[in-house]
Unconditional design. Sequence first.
Length: 292
Amino acid sequence: MDRLQRQDKVQLQNVTYTYSANTPFEKEALSDVSVGFAAGRITGLIGHTGSGKSTLVQMLNGLLRPMQGKVYLDGLDIWENPKEIRQVRFRVGLVMQYPEYQLFDETVMADIGFGPKNMGLDAQEIRQRCLEAAAFAGVHPSLFDKSPFELSGGEKRRVAIAGVLAMKPEVLILDEPAAGLDPRGRKTVLSGIRRYNRETGATVILVSHSMEDLATYCDEAVVMKGGQVYARGQVADIFTRTQELVAIGLDVPQIARVAALLQKEGIALQGTLYTVEGVEEAILKYIGGVKN
């Protein structure tokens, strides 16, 4: 395969991966998966525990290597030259779940700058990248000289995310980046990620169990089930399939459930029916139409 389909930045083609192969604990995590992630878009990756989400994202930056199939970045097989896989990991940044447990340096600034330093950048470029990444992640300058271990849980999370952003990845993958954060912390982190996407043009893949977050911040969605891709499409299209998602064990935004119940009662709502703002607008339009 020489070129990507429909402007996908990264893509898996017929990828299969099995944990503990040829043992009594053998478990197939991905089964003949072919899926791409659109360049410059934020794509939500949805699926219940064990659906293959985490395995899939670890394939994208070479932490795991397919047993069958290939992984492409800009149309090139990332494993064509295994010695270059380190460069792939600079281009495809992965923020694992609870990344704050990986903080280790003496100061916040040193921790954020660890990745750029390993890229061989000079001190001035490293500092500039750290400042930009901190701004995207919501890390206040007053924290730069503190030890990461003095910070709150939310501050640690933002510092860890900034450390990946500082490498300016072309593809940014985040596995449950807002897990355990309060509503304000969630908004800070996710708004910063969206701003990074909009201002840099980076491709973002967001793994989350929060359907509300995905509905608010993502452009597209990929739904995983049993190690395979169940559905893929625009967020609006995916979240209109409320009953299907519930049937395979997934939740949907509560407001989407409300909209579906209203439609079932004969209230013909139209518009963005998976966010609070969208449903509010649809209801007001409906009421206005009825009055007229």
